[in-house]
Ligand binder design. Structure first.
Ligand SMILES: [Zn+2]
Length: 585
């Protein structure tokens, strides 16, 4: 992917990344949120400064109103599904919603046109390139029961979880507006600064995105920096965050707090003491996992991260994660932390490119959670279940036929995209590629081409063919051994490929238990891999024009051979009906 050289923008101290013509919007939020724990209502007032770094003139702004997916009777609610099941036996108290009470631009009230989870605000004065505008939005939210990532009284006992809780500006980027309705799946955001003031009953502890400005964190809890602030009645919690694209927080009266500093990062743990064993396990192991993360994927770039026992399921937000956390969830906690990278600092559109978040996070989780190094070889077959039912991975998250095909595409095929790419280019090139991805794309909005391009740069291989096959089709990887025979030239083996072209590794085990490794490059990469765990002899190139490939090994005789196996390290998925090896005993 290449872009023409464009122009530099500097706004509010951000350099707006004009390299190669790239631009991105910026939005800064100041939000006052008052939580009424008697009526389960949040009253909010937000002021946004939105800067148009695009070359386009904007005549309308769009907002996400996520909590309307929890509103009784909406189609978003029906699609979300989880509320369908409770609609019959739940009370009105379980449902939630967000009402925008006013939008004010330059002293003028502008009506917001709302359909369920998306609101639009027409601009009387268009926002021209390079200009910014200030909006003030007043809203009131009815807090739902905790069924979809947010709400009151979650399963592990946390009082309130506020995620997707404020009117959030939709993203405008090189593809225009991203106004995807919310059905409980994925997100897209705009980077900026947040200052959030939470006013609540003084009995609550508040934790979330950002750095707490008006209290000090001690190992056993927050200490008030302002002695004049009342201990009873209401209290304020002021958080700031920079270079994030969302803000989430949770509140509880009884959390245990722990913290640890690694490098100069404060890692916080907020949990219900009933789950102390699981949470102490996380805190104890965390330093080892973070060390792997830093080595493989780059330094965590924010001053703090909070693991918070809150929400429904396990969900990532900038600088924090909400974990139900009631079982041994160590690898899941690693997964959610690694979203700090593939969701947090790489702000890809997760609806369109869910695999860039979930799939790459799965790839990272498998490494970061492996603190004892026992998963040295990750077997693709363990990840590749369900090929027969999948839809192309390029299907948008909201629009899969069903949950399984979405999960399979985003998580499993997404992880396999990175695992197979590592098989093609080698581990060291992959690590170099992630390093370049970090240096080039952090705090930006990378798209699939951007990820593939850094891997091409790191490896010197052409990879677009694999990107296209893996993301845009549902063709399998299906290479089999067709036949083996003896010729005057030596041992002869014929392979068939019924799916995606792919370099092939072959292991031949002789009857004397000697093993020999071979590598068959393909024309599409323009280059052979040079990094092998076990030394391998390179064979002639397999052209993608031909479905079959025959090779001769003059140094071997059929009668010496015990077993021939392709894909000996399990790095590729294999056909369910077999064919990846032959035993010649
Ligand atoms: Zn995830």
């Amino acid at each position: 992917m290449k872009y023409a050289v464009y122009v530099f923008f500097f706004v509010f101290g951000y350099s707006i990344y004009a390299q190669n013509g790239y631009w991105q919007q910026a939005v800064d939020y100041t939000i006052d949120a008052k939580v009424d724990d008697v009526n389960d209502v949040l009253d909010g007032k937000e002021t946004l400064i939105y800067t148009n770094n695009s070359p386009d003139t904007l005549k309308v702004l769009f907002f996400h109103l996520y909590w309307n997916a929890m509103k009784k009777g909406t189609s978003a609610n029906q699609k979300l599904g989880v509320f369908n099941s409770i609609e019959g036996d739940s009370s009105d108290d379980d449902f939630g919603q967000i009402d925008v009470l006013s939008v004010n631009i330059n002293g003028e009230i502008i009506p917001m046109k709302v359909f369920e989870t998306i609101g639009q605000v027409p601009l009387k004065q268009a926002l021209v390139p390079g200009a910014n505008l200030t909006l003030t939005v007043v809203f009131r939210s009815k807090i739902p029961s905790c069924f979809n990532r947010c709400g009151k009284n979650n399963a592990s006992g946390t009082d309130y979880t506020f995620t997707q809780w404020y009117p959030k500006l939709c993203r405008y980027d090189r593809q225009g507006w991203h106004t995807d309705p919310y059905f409980g799946r994925e997100f897209a955001g705009t980077f900026g600064k947040f200052k959030v003031n939470v006013e609540c009953n003084a009995s609550f502890t508040v934790a979330g995105t950002g750095t707490l400005m008006n209290k000090k964190y001690l190992a056993k809890g927050w200490k008030n920096l302002n002695p004049s602030e009342p201990i009873k009645g209401k209290t304020n919690w002021v958080f700031t965050a920079d270079k994030v694209h969302d803000f989430a927080f949770a509140m509880d009266r009884e959390w245990v707090h722990q913290s640890q500093r690694i490098d100069s990062i404060d890692f916080h743990f907020f949990y219900n003491k009933n789950y102390e064993t699981q949470w102490t396990n996380l805190a104890t192991k965390w330093q080892k996992s973070y060390a792997i993360c830093k080595r493989e994927f780059g330094t965590y770039p924010y001053p703090q991260f909070s693991f918070i026992q809150a929400g429904e399921g396990y969900m990532e937000y900038p600088m924090c994660t909400m974990l139900e956390g009631s079982y041994d969830f160590y690898s899941t906690a690693c997964h959610e932390f690694m979203h700090s990278y593939f969701y947090g600092i790489y702000g890809s559109d997760e609806n369109l490119y869910h695999w860039m978040d979930e799939g790459l996070t799965q790839f990272a989780e498998a490494r970061v959670s492996d603190i004892d190094g026992i998963k040295e070889n990750i077997r693709a077959q363990d990840i590749a279940w369900g090929f027969s039912t999948d839809e192309p991975i390029s299907t948008a998250a909201n629009h899969f036929a069903g949950d399984y095909s979405y999960f399979y595409a985003a998580y499993n095929k997404g992880q396999l995209f990175a695992e197979i790419m590592q098989y093609i280019i080698g581990k060291e090139a992959m690590r170099q590629g992630f390093g370049k991805y970090y240096r080039t794309w952090k705090f930006k909005h990378p798209e699939p081409n951007d990820f593939v391009k850094v891997m091409e740069d790191a490896s010197g291989m052409e990879l677009t063919w694999f990107q296209n096959y893996w993301l845009n089709t549902s063709k399998p990887i299906e290479i089999v051994i067709d036949s083996v025979w003896q010729t005057p030239q030596g041992l002869t083996v014929r392979l068939d490929n019924r799916g995606i072209p792919m370099p092939v590794e072959v292991e031949i085990t002789l009857k004397n238990q000697t093993k020999k490794r071979y590598y068959i490059p393909i024309d599409l990469t323009n280059k052979s891999k040079s990094e092998f765990a076990i030394p391998s002899k390179e064979l002639p190139i397999w052209s993608c024009a031909l479905p079959s490939y025959t090779f001769n090994l003059a140094e071997l005789r059929l009668k010496e051979v015990e077993k021939i196996r392709i894909n000996p390290d399990g790095a590729l998925p294999e056909p369910e009906e077999g064919g990846a090896f032959v035993n010649l005993n």
